[in-house]
Design a protein around this ligand. Structure first.
Ligand code: THG
Length: 283
């Protein structure tokens, strides 16, 4: 199964057995006061800097999230999407829970973008899926609904099935659906990562669709988060995750090393190229 995204001549293929696709997460004001203030002031230098820096560190796709509380996302998301696409040649991942903001940004996003996200909630399915279908975009389906994130892998698998069924029923090709099994922090529940890893395995076996994961949640509230995130990502990729939304500055090296160890980097070409561009002493 291959999810193909493109923009300005750049094509990104998400597929099992290929190198993991990195979605740069840093254009997101959550927990970043400087970026939140800049977005509120419509001062976009920092956004441009984050876009180019993430590309230099190996991002394939850039996530764009402008969710500052109180800000008019319907106006701001398309504005930032246009700006980012004018400075980098990468498909974008439009990250908003607000379907009106997605509807406003989709027409100005270049090529074939990724919509982040739909979930198993009835309202979300009804509002987001038609936008994805009409735009010919791909979509991330989160395995959660009105009741939150289910506690078991089997229940998350059922939600993945529901999203896939509803999306394909309105004509979205199954290869344009990427399932995100979500992870909670192991600081609160020591089984949190294990449940997510099991969900990846079940979704991969049953549907064969591409699987995305955000690595950062897993370590919330714990010391030395990067080490936990690195270990988790390697395990998730080994289990079948094919794309990850993360900080490329912190995690591209681990992702490249994992691809190498899984036999997805012939002659270690990508690893050596990354090493030359970002030698360890400069990381
Ligand atoms: N799945 C999907 N989309 C997602 C997520 C996911 N989008 C949002 C999120 N998870 C991924 N993006 C972020 C963005 C920021 C942070 C974590 C995940 C973050 N911010 C720091 C903080 O809150 O403390 C600030 C870090 C910094 O300053 O660099 O951790 O799972 N589909």
């Amino acid at each position: 199964m291959e999810t193909v995204l493109h923009a300005a001549g750049a094509q990104v293929k998400i597929r099992y057995g290929g190198p993991v696709v990195v979605i740069g997460e840093k254009i997101n004001p959550t927990g970043r006061k400087k970026l939140a203030a800049a977005l509120e002031a419509r001062a976009f230098d920092l956004v441009i800097e984050l876009a180019t820096a993430q590309m230099a560190w190996g991002a394939d796709v850039l996530d764009v999230n402008v969710g500052v509380p109180g800000v008019d996302e319907v106006a701001l998301l398309p504005q930032v999407v246009k700006l980012v696409s004018s400075v980098v040649k990468a498909p974008l991942c439009l990250d908003s829970p607000n379907h009106e903001a997605l509807a406003a940004a989709l027409p100005v996003a270049p090529g074939k973008p990724l919509v982040n996200s739909v979930n198993g909630e009835e309202k979300s399915l009804q509002r987001v899926l038609p936008l994805v279908k009409d735009r010919g975009a791909a979509v991330i389906g989160l395995t959660m609904d009105d009741d939150g994130i289910p506690a078991t892998a089997e229940a998350r698998l059922a939600l993945a099935g529901k999203i896939i069924e509803r999306a394909t029923r309105i004509g979205i090709p199954i290869e344009d659906i990427v399932i995100d099994p979500l992870v909670l922090t192991v600081g609160a529940d020591s089984n949190a990562a294990a449940i997510t890893l099991k969900t990846i395995q079940l979704v991969h076996e049953k549907f064969g669709v591409n699987i995305n994961l955000g690595a950062s949640n897993v370590s919330f509230g714990l010391p030395d988060r990067p080490t936990i995130n690195q270990a988790f990502l390697a395990l998730a990729i080994g289990q079948g995750a094919t794309c990850v939304i993360t900080d490329p500055m912190k995690l591209s090296a681990t992702i490249r090393a994992t691809d190498l160890l899984l036999g997805r980097d012939t002659y270690a070409k990508r690893w050596v190229s990354f090493f030359r561009q970002h030698p360890p002493e400069a990381r």
